[in-house]
Structure formats: structure tokens, C-alpha cells
Design a protein around this ligand. Structure first.
Ligand code: F6R
Length: 618
């Protein structure tokens, strides 16, 4: 996820674009760049690091701030490490076309090969430089204008994009296009100025009139003339509605949500798709993941897998234990990274160590990675932040591609980590023959349906809000689950603790009778996961045990459940799915519940006390 912004009009473009980039920094801050055009000269400035680093460079160069046209970018690296050269904007080989891009061009390698055979050379490792040269090549071959060239080039592209393109020979125009990544266009009075951005925050103080492009649409923005929006594939004109922006600046920075946490909860359907996009092809029965494919023998011959992680990532590791053992029949141990490194663990060269970390910077996990490497294990990293320390330190790995997670309480990181781990477990299960071909196909089809089911689940927000209002004053809560959903109980309790400061514990449901049952009375809310697969009957018995001690039961059940409905005080229904994938659904109501309780208690949801997003101390 990256942020793009642009301006064309009568004002100085530089301060508008740079301020816009600062507002979009939540989308990534690996590098920043800007192109300015003063009517004669294209001037591109770019650097690794935040927008503040970019400003240090442009402060030294008068030309870098000159002109009424500018496009800018703040990067969250996907293809190519975050360095100055890979930063956007990117010029075409002639230097006359300039692009900023948010997204991933999946077939960039094929396109690049073709362009190299036609004499193109590349400065960066990015997919974006391939796209701008493809546009240049199409423009040359077809003898067409920029708009047509962009359109034709995009029909050759597989992947996701929001782009803004400038052509020196068309100095009154900016072309934008969208598929998968957002883009908004702000419209100034009398078409005398236009703004382009990943969300409306960069231009909210200049205009309230905006157009949001839909997928597969492109817009040709012409100064003093107006905007034409077309469908990329069939060239038809789109009758676009101008929307009046209602939101405050602060809300817009959070994409219209009150808090980043809520936004990130709602981003999960897309984040899960982004995790499996290009890796899982259900119709062909394929899972591919370079980090695993390139080391497949190591995975297949491993004596065991040791997972190291902290916090929410550790909970995802616990889910993975069930996944790997069930689907691929590989023994798994899940370790708190902080404990692992301090107890002289027995690790051999036949062990695979998987380190899971959203930030990729957690000090304990990083130290565990180094320890495992020093003992000869093959170490695989699962990180969200591209180019992070753990991603660099591990022998191989895979990114979750969840996009920046800003809320301190991890939400989409958890579900995307589980998605990625499911893909690996399924792939190994298939390769080892521990799951049949038909079961493998069926798992893939089912996993593909999860994002829609999460989307459905998010619609029960009002019901969760009501349950939150009933239990917000509790001082202690229990979360219970079994099998695949035991880790979800732990995660549910952690979410409640960290943002609402209510004491909560997660337990395997059957363990309750070995101690915690003593806590139960009529004031104790107990959240129980009782989905219809796995140990349903046993969990129902556990619920009966709670009921006989007057505990309040809030049960997460599968749609259509009748038995638990009779006993529980409240039921939250999740859509039907494979048992192995239920954690991707059962966790969502608990995220929403913690969120609403924290809001009702007036807590700082996004920055809870004493916590930080990335824990870089031991
Ligand atoms: C909980 C939370 C933390 C992190 C933990 C590990 O909501 O965010 O428990 O999960 O600090 O962080 P990463 O995954 O960045 O290593």
C-alpha cells in the first residue's frame, strides 16, 4: 500500500503535494518522491525514508519546487527494496513520461522481458518502471495520445494499481486509473484546478467536490476543460457522480472510520485477498509461494517446525500448529520468542523455524531468529512490513501484504498471518500427500470464500455494539475455545485487555474445570466459541457447566445453531466454513467487541496506554 497525490492548476503545486504526502504517510513511509513541472523542465526528487527526508532534498534545489503541476508518492515497498532508486516517481526511458503507482503489477517480469527485447533498459527493480515504459512503448507503436496509450497498456497488465501519469508533451493533463487500489479526484472551481490522491485528505481544504474512480476506470483530467472517465476495457464513457465530501480532515485520514483499529477490522476482507492474491489459484489447484517453492525439500524433510513469535503473532502461530499438524502431519512447537532465546533450546539442522511478526522489528523475535540461525536451522519469516529486520534476517519468507497496520491492537495482521500459514500448510499437505487432491481443491475453494464471509460478518456490528453495552462494566472476562479456536480465545482476551484495560483470560474450554471455574458467578461474562465442527458436543457440555454456575454466556456459533441458542444469553452467528478456517471468522466478533467496549469506556483505542506498535526492546 502506498500513497499517491497530485495537483494541476494555478497554485504552486509543491506545498499541496508535499502536505498531501504527509497526510498519506499512514499508507507507508519507506520512501517519498515528487515530480514538478514548471512548463519546461521535469524535475524528479526522491529518497528513501519519510516525506521529511524528501523535504531536506528539495530545500536544496529551487527547481524541485517550481511549477503548477506535480505528482508525488509515499511508498510501502513491494517490488524492490526501499532505496532512492526504487522510490517513485519513475520516468520512462525517454524521460518524458512520469508515473506514481500504488499496487502490484503481477506480470511485470514478462512485460519487462519483452520491453528489454525492444531495447528498453531499467534503473530500478520496480514493477512501476516497467509500466511507464510499457505506456511509452504503446504510445510509440500506436502513434496515439497519452490517454489511449495508458488505456491500452493497462489492458496488458495483471495486478492492482492506482496510477497518476504525466507526459511532458501534454502539460495540461494528468491521467489517473484504478484497479484494486483507491483513487480520488478533487475538482476545483471552473475546472481551474484538480487534485489527485489515494484518499481525499490531501485536498479537503481546497474543494469539497470529488470523484472516486471505480475499478477498471481511468480519468483524463484536462486543465480548464474537465474530466472524462472511461472504462479501461471497453472504452465506454462513464457518467461519474460528483460527491460532496462531508468528512472532517481527521476522519478522512482514517478513511472515514473513527479509529484506525475499526478501519483495519473492516479492511480484513481485502487484506485476506491481498495475502492470497497471485499465490492461490483455486481453479487450477495451485498454491505457489517463492519462499516455500524454492526451499520445498527443506520443508518436506523437516523433522519439526518451531514457530517463534510474540503477542498476536504468537496466537497466529498457535493456529498454525493445528494447521500444520492436521493438514501436513508435521510436528510443530510454538514458542514465545522471548522464552525461546533464553533457555538454550535444542534445535537441529533438520528443524525449520518460522518467525511470525507483523512489524518485522520485534526485538525478541529477531533475537530468536538469530539464535535459530546460529544453531543451523533454516529460518522462514512471515512479516507484513516489507524490508523489515526480520524479513531481511531470515533465509526466506513471505509477506502477508496486509497493508500498514496503524492501530496498536493487531487485527488484520492476525487474519492475514493465518491466511498465509493456511496456504503453506495446504501446500505442504498436498506435496506430502497427507491430504487428498480433492480435499486440497475443496480447501482452496473454501478459503477463497472467506473474504466474503468476513464481509458478511462485519454487518453484525450493531448486535456486537449491543452486547458491548451490556458487558462494558465487567471487571473480569473469560474467553473459551477448543481446537483451532483455542488460540482465538487467547486473542479475544488479549484484544479486550489491551484496549479496554478489562482483565480477561483465554482458556481451552475443557481446562476451565481445572481452576478458572472457581471464578464464575453471575457477574462473569464468558465468551465461548462453539462452532458446529470439531468438538461441538464437548463445548456444549462446557457451556452447561457455566450455566449451572450462573455465568453469563456469549457464544459464537455457526449459522443455524439451535442447541447453544437455547442455553446462551447471547449468540453471535458466523457463516459456515471448514473447521481449519473458522479462526478467520470467529476472531472478527471479538475484535469488534473489544473495539466497542473501549470506545464506550472512552479509552484511546488506537494508542492504548503503555503500548507501542513495534516493540523493539527486549
Ligand atoms: C497485540 C499486538 C502485540 C503484537 C506483538 C508482536 O494486539 O499488537 O501483541 O502482536 O507485539 O508484534 P509483531 O507481530 O510486530 O512482532
Amino acid at each position: 500500500m502506498c500513497g499517491i497525490t497530485g495537483y494541476i492548476g494555478y497554485r504552486d503545486a509543491y506545498p499541496i503535494v508535499v502536505k498531501g504526502l504527509q497526510r498519506l504517510e499512514y499508507r507507508g513511509y519507506d520512501s517519498a518522491g515528487i515530480m514538478m513541472f514548471d512548463g519546461e523542465t521535469i524535475c524528479v526528487s526522491k529518497t528513501k525514508g519519510k516525506v521529511s527526508e524528501l523535504e531536506k532534498i528539495t530545500d536544496l534545489n529551487e527547481q524541485a519546487k517550481k511549477g503548477n503541476i506535480g505528482i508525488g508518492h509515499t511508498r510501502w515497498a513491494t517490488h524492490g527494496v526501499p532505496n532512492d532508486v526504487n522510490s517513485h516517481p519513475h520516468n520512462s526511458m525517454s524521460g518524458d513520461l512520469v508515473i506514481v503507482h500504488n499496487g502490484i503489477i503481477e506480470n511485470y517480469a514478462t512485460l519487462k522481458k519483452e520491453l528489454i527485447s525492444r531495447g528498453y533498459s531499467f534503473k530500478s527493480d520496480t514493477d512501476t518502471e516497467v509500466l511507464i515504459n510499457l505506456i511509452e512503448e504503446v504510445k510509440k507503436q500506436e502513434g496515439c495520445k497519452l490517454g489511449k496509450a495508458v488505456q491500452l497498456a493497462l489492458t496488458q497488465v495483471v495486478g492492482a494499481y492506482a496510477i497518476a501519469v504525466f507526459d511532458k508533451s501534454k502539460p495540461n493533463e494528468i491521467i489517473v486509473a484504478k484497479l484494486g487500489s483507491p483513487i480520488a479526484i478533487g475538482i476545483g472551481k471552473d475546472n481551474a484546478e484538480f487534485f489527485v490522491a489515494s484518499d481525499a485528505s490531501p485536498f479537503i481544504e481546497y474543494t469539497k467536490d470529488a470523484i472516486y474512480l471505480e475499478d477498471e476506470e481511468m480519468a483524463i483530467i484536462k486543465l480548464n476543460k474537465g474530466i472524462k472517465v472511461r472504462k479501461i476495457h471497453d472504452d465506454s464513457l462513464v457518467d461519474t457522480k460528483i460527491q460532496e465530501l462531508q468528512l472532517s480532515l481527521e476522519q478522512i485520514e482514517k478513511g472515514g472510520y473513527d479509529h484506525f483499529m475499526l478501519k483495519e477490522i473492516h479492511e480484513q476482507p481485502k487484506a485476506i485477498i491481498d495475502t492470497y492474491r497471485g499465490r492461490m489459484i483455486p481453479n487450477e489447484g495451485i498454491i505457489r509461494m517463492a519462499g516455500v517453492d524454492d526451499n520445498i525439500e527443506k520443508f518436506l524433510n523437516a523433522d519439526r517446525i518451531i514457530i517463534v513469535a510474540c503477542g498476536t503473532s504468537w496466537h497466529a502461530g498457535l493456529v498454525a500448529e493445528y494447521l500444520f499438524e492436521d493438514l501436513a502431519r508435521i510436528p510443530v512447537e510454538v514458542e514465545y520468542a522471548s522464552e525461546f532465546r533464553y533457555r538454550n533450546p535444542i534445535i537441529t539442522e533438520k528443524d525449520i523455524v518460522i518467525a511470525i511478526s507483523q512489524s518485522g522489528e520485534t526485538a525478541d523475535t529477531l533475537a530468536a531468529v538469530k539464535l535459530a540461525k546460529s544453531k543451523g536451522a533454516f529460518v522462514f519469516g512471515i512479516c507484513n512490513v516489507v524490508g523489515s529486520s526480520i524479513a531481511r534476517e531470515t533465509h526466506a519468507g513471505a509477506y502477508t501484504h496486509a497493508g500498514p497496520e496503524i492501530g496498536v491492537a493487531s487485527t488484520k495482521a492476525f487474519t492475514t498471518q493465518i491466511t498465509l500459514l493456511s496456504l503453506i500448510a495446504l501446500k505442504l499437505g498436498k506435496e506430502k500427500g497427507t491430504i487428498s487432491k480433492s480435499a486440497f481443491h475443496s480447501y482452496l475453494q473454501t478459503l477463497q470464500l472467506i473474504p466474503n464471509k468476513v464481509e458478511e460478518l462485519l454487518k453484525i456490528d450493531e448486535q456486537i455494539k449491543y452486547i458491548a453495552s451490556v458487558y462494558k462494566d465487567a471487571t473480569n472476562c473469560l474467553y473459551l475455545g477448543r481446537g483451532f479456536n483455542f488460540p482465538v480465545a487467547l486473542e479475544g482476551a488479549l484484544k479486550l485487555k489491551e484496549i479496554s484495560y478489562i482483565h480477561a483470560e483465554g482458556y481451552p474450554a475443557a481446562e476451565m474445570k481445572h481452576g478458572p471455574i472457581a471464578l464464575i458467578d453471575e457477574n462473569m461474562p464468558i465468551f465461548v466459541i462453539a462452532t458446529n465442527k470439531g468438538h461441538y458436543d464437548k463445548v456444549v457440555s462446557n457451556i452447561q457447566e457455566i450455566k449451572s454456575r450462573s455465568g453469563k454466556i456469549i457464544a459464537v456459533v455457526t449459522e443455524g445453531d439451535v442447541i447453544v441458542k437455547e442455553i446462551a444469553d447471547h449468540v453471535i452467528e458466523i457463516p459456515e466454513t471448514e473447521e481449519a478456517f473458522t479462526p478467520l471468522l470467529t476472531t472478527v466478533p471479538f475484535q469488534l467487541l473489544s473495539y466497542h467496549i473501549a470506545v464506550m469506556l472512552d479509552k484511546n483505542v488506537d494508542q492504548p496506554r503503555n503500548l507501542a506498535k513495534s516493540v523493539t526492546v527486549e
